[in-house]
Write a protein that binds this ligand. Sequence first.
Ligand code: ACM
Ligand code: ZN
Length: 734
Amino acid sequence: LNLFIMKNLFKAALCLLLSVSAPGIEAQTVSIIPKPAQIIVKEGTLTLTPDMQIAYDAACKEQAEYLLQTVRRSTGFRWKEAGKKSRAGIVLEIDTLRVPSAEGYTLDISNKRIAICGHDKSGVFYGIQTLLQLLPPEIYSASLQSDAKWSVPCISVVDAPDHPWRGMMLDVARYFYDKDFVKKYIDMMAMYKMNKLQLHLIDDSGWRLEIKKYPRLTEVGAWAGKNEKRLGGFYTQEEIKEMIAYAAVRGVEIIPEIEFPAHMLSAVAAYPWLCCTGKQHEVPNQHFISRDLLCVGKESSYQFLADVLEETVALFPSKYINIGGDEAVYDRWQECPKCQAVVRREGLEKTSDLQGYLTNVVANMMKEKGKTIVGWEEIIQRGAVSQPVVAAIWHNVADTIQAARLGHKAILSPATHVYLDFPEGRTPGEVKAATWMPPISLEKCYSMPTGEYAATGTVLGVQGCFWSDQFIHGTMLQEIAPLNENRSENYAEYLTFPRLLAVAELGWTRTDRRNWLDFRNRISTHFARLDHKGCTYRVPEPRIVAEEEIDGKVRFTLAPSVQGATIRYTTDGTYPHAHSAVYAAPVTVDSKSDFRAITEVTPRHASLPLYFAPDYSAYARYGAFLAEWKSQQLASGTLRIESTGAMVGNGTFDITFVRTRGSGRLNLGKLVQFKRDEQLAEVPMQAVLDANTPAVTYRLTQTAFEAGVPFYFEVEAAPEGDIAGYVFVKKVEE
Ligand code: ACM
Ligand code: ZN
């Protein structure tokens, strides 16, 4: 056989392969996240082959290389460049006329060819992501997957984002994630077409960015603890450049956050002259919010900001610079003669206006450098800012109206829906996570209102936040059963996923194309993709399809929320495990609270159980459930109760301890309320809770309520013998 005939025979065989979808090969269901603007599924499939050829515009060479590398690792295919575009089985192009929207793309798959056309490089990258989501999950694997069938449905996708800002904030200050973890986070964001990463580089507990002019920021400010026991770290400017380049290929822009005037004790620890008092501090190894602000009365503070920001903006190509600005408490400025001199000189009304003054000074510095200021909502709420900025609204999304009125832009980052450091639920055994607001389930996150509170154009988009103060360096971590190990990087992934997929869709997909039930179906196919990406996640509990009362019993019909996973269950109130019964048909139980069921992805990766909280209706007169306690947990004699979100607004509240079981007694003493680290009211008490006195009530007057700020109280509670109960809270009508 001569070479010519061989080539042609091979071509003929290839054509057959491409045009006929082999019987029994199911095309992947189309479950793209975020949901594209338009999809038309056509007849037939295309199967990738080792000798496909690729053609691409020079401008998207990096994206083509990304595709080639991704495909090579899992399929082993080494696609070559086609000499002619017409020969190529895969074509990547950029065409701003055919695809008019920024970051938009079209993806056309026929039985002969895959064609991706992007408005820009990001558009091409997103077309590639959609293609990967149409392939089997094994496509993401870093190792050769010889059993997979690499077929995709013939399809036509026309897509573009609804919002230009689809972000995540990663708090690398409270916990230092190394550059490889940050790259993985970027890669995961990019998989779901997110495009802005705000790196929270500075906080009280760590300074993470090398600044050449101020070496102590990282020599001192990046570390908590001493010598070989110290914890922390920082990114060198070279590492930052590497992360920026990695992100750029994936359409992700890294926006540095240089936080001031609060949350910067790490800098103050390095250079005490930055704060009003000049007092030497240490980098804390526990979570707390320092009151030592940057002094606005000293020239050296402005020089410091100018120098630090100059190095920062020279490093990061983003047109944005984030200046933080949240949660400043102004008592140091109030007491500082130098700061008060500025209040008088500038004719400010009140001390908090100094923050607006400072924001203006910095905004002017940054305007000269062509950068736009981004910050938390406080930057537009503490005095007038004279030029347009971008405010991340983290309390009330309706505040976008205020941003618009003041001529600013807004990003939706409400803590109620997209703060991924809150747990997903209250099931016992859930990770230790933020408690100052109620949990955020996947459904709640997905259901965030994104309607234009302000006129179109003011709301740039949506940004999820992942804070790390729950596992700050030096804080003991609990073991979490689903992870079964103690690494903060796994906590970060567990809390971020799968909710990041919901945040991504909130930013990308128009409201009228979003639907929770549809999203729930699509996401059930994505867990396998996360597995192949090597990304851990919180496994969702099984889905309850029906819960029916039949002859005083309860019948549960369940469905898996992870495609292909097993459901295991118990009916005796114990937690199911790898040997519990496998769910195959509806299960009938005597008592609902005895039923538990888990999603088992693998024996080592399962969900928490479906869990039905106890019925508190017998205690309804005491108000809302706040906490549970039992004598075994009260060895210290103090009970700490998180109350954030449970006592909203100022007023009088009754806090009632009730006994539910046990023959012992609980000696109750004073109750002290705290707001952050600040002690508020104290309510004296001397009472005993036991079978004769089953309820004891404290009456507390709250005068310093502030939304979004953590509140808790501590109660002297010394048990004798075995006793357990609840705590309830009720607002007293005045
Ligand atoms: C914030 O959560 N302090 C912005
Ligand atoms: Zn001062």
